[in-house]
Ligand binder design. Structure first.
Ligand code: MRU
Length: 351
């Protein structure tokens, strides 16, 4: 399995996703500031991977702390969490992971400092293992929704690289292929950061899953030609009513799917569901550097001085979503009821 990120004796090790697919290189972060930088610069990206990276970054920072009293350690802990919380705003998994580490700290703060450090490292490693298990469960729940023989379109990268391993949307595809379904993946290129062509295509090729890369503006034509039997994407944050924030361009794909009568599925862990956010209007959308739009591989593609926009995510209204596949089962409309039930720990599969 692709090792997106892992805890090692030397620090937190990441595959550098900005270098893929042409170079497979790894970076090891020795400080939490370095972990914050790799999240911000998208060396690691994808909502669940960002969450696990945040957990490991916090554990790393606390482990490096020179504090000799629990009060001082708590001050360091809060500063570390604060820095990591300011890296990327949209993926709620980041804030979920920080909250989980905070709750853990509060539970163990009476222990000796070396024990607190060990326990936080263990908690971060547990998040890593749980994420892989959640993706495999999502795969089992979602595989039945995939066509037994046909094209499946995906947008961005919601694969092993976007998680601790196996993937959410690509986990569903992987599980369907493992069950013997003959799936051909259409990977949207995903301008401007090219997560589809660089990352999704790279990991599916590694697994030998048939894949065709298309530029984003080809998706409608592929649907019209009958090449797409289903769509499955990941999510960065799902509001309580089922509105889904995901990579910019997802909304366009969902509308196209509706027009062509193709089911549009979202696969995401419960940690991506933000029950405190009533609908998509409340989801903060990250605005990234315009240079990601104006330049491709360092080459300028637009005239000097032209205005550009670069929202990293958009929101797909729940009415376009055929189902939300989670590790606890498949949620269908009305999402305010089905998501509340699943988020409330009831591990039931909805038919
Ligand atoms: O900007 P990115 O690359 O972090 O955006 C990633 C996505 O939008 C993914 O689809 C989403 O995080 C789900 S990953 C399992």
């Amino acid at each position: 399995m692709i090792q997106t990120l892992e805890w090692t004796d030397k620090g937190v090790r990441f595959i550098d996703q900005t270098k893929l697919p042409t170079e497979e290189v790894y970076v090891t972060c020795k400080t939490h500031q370095q972990v914050a930088d790799v999240i911000r610069n998208m060396v690691v990206r994808g909502a669940p991977a960002i969450g696990v990276a945040a957990g490991m970054g916090i554990a790393l920072g606390v482990n490096n702390s020179k504090a000799e009293t629990t009060g001082d350690l708590k001050r360091d802990f809060d500063a570390i969490c604060d820095l990591i919380s300011k890296t990327r705003p949209t993926a709620v998994n980041l804030f979920w992971a920080i909250r989980r580490m905070q709750e853990k700290f509060d539970r163990i703060r009476i222990r000796p400092i070396p024990q607190i450090k060990r326990d936080l490292i263990e908690e971060a490693q547990r998040m890593h293992a749980e994420d892989i298990a959640a993706n495999q469960a999502m795969g089992r729940h979602g595989a039945t929704l995939m066509p037994s023989d046909g094209g499946v379109l995906t947008h961005c990268n919601a694969g092993a690289l976007a998680t601790a391993g196996y993937g959410t949307a690509l986990g569903v595809i992987r599980a369907a292929v493992e069950q013997g379904k003959k799936i051909h993946v259409y990977a949207d290129e995903t301008r401007p950061f090219l997560q589809g062509s660089r990352l999704t295509a790279w990991e599916l090729m590694k697994d030998g899953i048939p894949t065709t890369v298309i530029s984003d503006n080809m998706a409608g034509a592929m649907m019209k030609q009958g090449k797409i039997g289903a769509i499955v994407v990941g999510a960065d944050r799902i509001a309580a009513n089922g509105d889904v924030a995901n990579k910019i361009g997802t909304y366009t794909v969902a509308i196209l799917a509706k027009e062509h009568g193709i089911p549009f599925y979202v696969a995401a862990p419960i940690s991506t569901v933000d029950m405190a956010c009533p609908d998509g209007a409340g989801i903060p959308i990250e605005q990234r550097d315009g240079k990601e739009v104006t330049h491709i591989a360092g080459k300028q593609m637009v005239p000097d001085g032209v205005a550009v926009e670069n929202p990293a995510f958009d929101v797909t209204p729940a009415k376009y979503v055929a189902a939300i596949i989670t590790e606890r089962g498949v949620a269908r409309a009305p999402y305010d009821e089905s998501l509340r039930r699943l988020a409330g720990q009831e591990a039931e599969v909805q038919k």
